[in-house]
Design a protein around this ligand. Sequence first.
Ligand code: GDG
Length: 484
Amino acid sequence: MTLQSSPPGSHLLAKSWAAGGAEPSLSPAQQRLVVVSNRVADLTAPVQSGGLATGLGAAINTLGGVWFGWDGNRDGKTGGPLKVCQHGPVTCVGAPISPEDFSAYYLGFANSVLWPLFHYRPDLVDISSGSFDGYMRVNEVLAQQLFPILKPDDLIWVHDYHLIPLPSMLRKLGCRQRIGYFLHIPFPPPELMSATPHHGCLVDALLNYDLLGFQTDGDAENFKSYLRKHKPEVTISQKRVQTETRTIRIDRFPIGIDVTEFSALSRQRLRDTSLAEKPKNATPRKRIIGVDRLDYSKGLPERFRAFHDLLQRYPAHLRKVSFLQIAPLTRAEVEAYNDIRVEVEQLAGSVNGHFADLDWTPVQYICRPIARDILAPLMRQSAVGFITPLRDGMNLVAKEYVAAQDPDDPGVLVLSQFAGAAEEMTDALIVNPYDIESVAAHLDRALTMPLGERRERHAALLRHVTEFDAKRWADSFLEALRGD
Ligand code: GDG
């Protein structure tokens, strides 16, 4: 999910209660929101990163509620004592997971099977024995630990691919509350879904939810196509699926960002002068910026190749442009992530080796997280936001780049057609990331676009990002979950 600057879960250690012990004192609000995600968001962080924390933060702070998930530590005992911490009206509850279960559930089935398959990369799937069992076991224990905390009127909102089987386990325990699910990543077409081990069991589990939310219409359609092909017993209409026992609502809820917060952050002065300072007498250079977790789904090698092609075929940009790619490491224990790291480092080095001069380094590649209050002004200063994933559920960075721009002199967003965001952000320059020459041509167009066209495109994008922001995402999901 979204990246956090402090170790997730580290704030949960304030108090603990034994599993199965007395119920902790929770907010007295009538209908509480219970959010369940792989990790509990750090509600103590002064500025939350990403739409999940900001969107849900607003909703959960208004309704009051519980945020339940893994406590973020890797040396726990699955099923051991929960860690509880109160932040205003929100009770954060962290569950421990043992190193073996973490390996099977998180590194194994979630991130070596589901993540690559759902991002259309069956070639990167690594099915190790026991990973599915570990995935199911962790979901089962989480359900057992969550169930005693629930109140009859709770609204339960489960997030992402780590927790697909959770509702069937909760239902078995007797949970009758309304449960909604939001998938942050793409839902693949039926041919790929059916390549997922135990796909029938996973989809049966999804049919225990009351609401299934996807990022795009395409994802919701893929899910329904799978049902048409593999579950002929269910009745499917535009926004509903009827099983023998349940009516499930299906819809798209494109996630958004907190535009006001990010825009304000982008207007702050850069405090990291090493990134802001230009050498004396330097020619003014336009900056192209990319910000992504270092993940093979983000299309980084293709992006570096396109930048190389730009310099090769459009020499007018030589010495006048630089490309800053920020790509903090994630999931480093998964082999495919090491491979992509090596490849990206080689490509960054090769562009610089080819084109750099004593006073010009065309590529700046930073493989560590950069603080959010530096990231936002950097985006504002950049002439091009270069966001070209090979596949992405939504892509919040595309929305952050738009929010960060000066409306009087905005930069241009170059966006992959395979990001969920492309379904809505049609005023960006939409590119096919595999077509290197065409991406380079679009970069050239972005760098030379007249001010009038930049303003027009940006105004349309900003209107959209502002209307469909993080709060609207959370409010519309919860409204649908309540059945309003
Ligand atoms: C998943 C889906 C979907 C990145 N580097 C730094 C940093 N970030 C922040 C960005 C942005 C967030 O992390 C990344 O969000 P994305 O949406 O781009 O991507 P995923 O992490 O893959 O998220 C995705 C999302 O869930 C939400 O539903 O859009 O499709 O894959 O907020 O700014 N933040 C800081 N330093 C960094 O170096 N501070």
